[in-house]
Design a protein around this ligand. Sequence first.
Ligand code: C5P
Length: 205
Amino acid sequence: MIIAVDGPAASGKGTIAKALAKHYHLPHLDTGLLYRAVAATVMRLELDPTQEADSVAACDFDELTLADPVLRDDEVGQVASIVSAHPLVRAALMQRQKRFAHQDGGAVLDGRDIGTVIAPDATAKLFVRATPTIRAQRRFAELKSRGKSTSYDQVLADIRSRDERDSGRSTAPLVPAADAVLLDTSFLSIEAAVAKAVALVEARR
Ligand code: C5P
């Protein structure tokens, strides 16, 4: 069973994907971390993330480490959405994600293009969304709890610019797969959202 969970930043897709992996005893990959790891490398080397060739040359794509807490920072997310628009960066990360999705026994992956590009054959595809202001409130609370100093307005502006970049790019833009089911978490608790996600997956098995 392959479960694809796509959606914009702070929609709740990561939380839902983790909970589904636990529920079905499946391995889980947060694919945003791959793009964040590329971004962190580009930032560390002080390269220009808009330059596709530089971003590709800087990275050893098979050796990206995904455990560094710095990857969760908002600045890294912004740069991730710049490097992730480069077709060569996406191509370099594709096989690793496809292999993970198609391993024996199945997997849960969350990202932007799992249902459309990485696993178009997924058993169940969820497209998780929530209004930009609610996503900004969640992300602001999360950053505050991690001791990061930022304003709500800044977080909202970042979310909007990332949405625009992720939806507007020509390679693997953020769009629901034709056969994805939409799950709006704007007014759902985490428990209610997870329960709904499990019910939607059950309906597709
Ligand atoms: O999901 P997360 O916010 O960690 O992703 C960071 C950035 O990586 C996104 O804004 C998006 O540009 C990119 N991304 C992507 N495709 C994926 C996962 C993430 O382009 N499958």
